[in-house]
Design a protein around this ligand. Sequence first.
Ligand code: SAH
Ligand code: SF4
Length: 385
Amino acid sequence: MLGDNLLLLSAPRGARICLRIYLMEMARKNILDLSHTQLKEFVCSLGEPAYRADQILWWVYKKLAISFEEMTDLPQTLRQKLISGALLSSLATVAEKISADGQTRKVLFRLDDGRTIESSFMLYGRAGSSRERRTVCVSTQVGCPIGCSFCATGQQGFERNLRPGEIIEQVLYFMRSMNKEVDTDLARRPVTNVVFMGMGEPLANYEAVWLSIEMLNSKQGLNLGARQITISTVGLVPQIQRLASENIHVELAISLHAANDELRNRLVPINKKYPLKQLMAACREYFEKTGRRPTFEYALFRGINDSVGHARELAGLLQGLNCHVNLITGNPTKSKEFMPSSRNTVLAFQKQLTASGISNTLRLSKGVDIEAGCGQLRSRWIAIR
Ligand code: SAH
Ligand code: SF4
């Protein structure tokens, strides 16, 4: 605190006021950062009985409250303490785009330190026997430390991990905004699925991601089934093993993109640390321990990883593993090296994979207008279907 005060004294007056407000905000606990147990402890530290935590959670996750004033069954004194000592939000909306067909929304949020992240919402109509899905794609880091050569986020470098509340609020944002819809089903179940496929590598921010998953899954939180939650990872082997031993068995997607170490080292540098043999063993272990069939993401880039030979190699790697492959046409980024494969090449790749007996899905393009320039998210949302 002494350091903070010295900082304040040396700054001009306007900046001092902003800094003081910022430091006061930082000292306040964001309720969304807390697990159920931590919230109980916090409530007790305010001199209140622990069961008040359940009431607060009910307001936050069931009633989607955005202020403590709304929590009318809490005593006035507690509400006052919460207003002065806690927060319910730390994201500010900077921009929101809605696709022409109205089915995709993409939001840019500003964090409390001025940095920005993006999140998306996508509506998928009923397909065959599957129900309508309302999927939120969340970011877990500002930038990404992994630096995959074909990825727009990787090219931006790494700034920081997101806190649990910053992850959860991305989901709450869409729930809160749709909660007022006239369509009763939409109002009752505004979000059915959450995918950790936005900016960043979720397993490199394990603790915060896990706390957010607990709150998404918990009956007192958003009550989303574990099957409705998907983590996408570049393949951090120790963290995949840790995930396999957790008590909530979420869906796992692995960003593979190459089926031999030489090529994968080039596309996904972390492969040098965790080569394919280790990664495949971790995927097998995940399936054995959780019963969740892993999905492999494979983005096709022109002349890089998209030949029929590459398809055969992929089939060979996955032979005998209970899994599914999502084929995606690569998204162009600033890098001229990685261009999308042509439609015919993608179709030939898929044909070979299918002929080799590998379960797969291909989405060529959904033409989502608002994703232009993102370089990353669109294909994935489409592919996860
Ligand atoms: N870091 C995690 C999750 C975020 S990236 C991961 O890598 O899995 C989300 C997905 O977008 C990953 O599958 C990633 O490989 C893919 N992706 C990144 N850049 C892409 C591009 N230019 N074209 C297609 N998919 C891309
Ligand atoms: Fe990070 Fe995933 Fe992009 Fe790789 S693909 S740089 S792991 S966000």
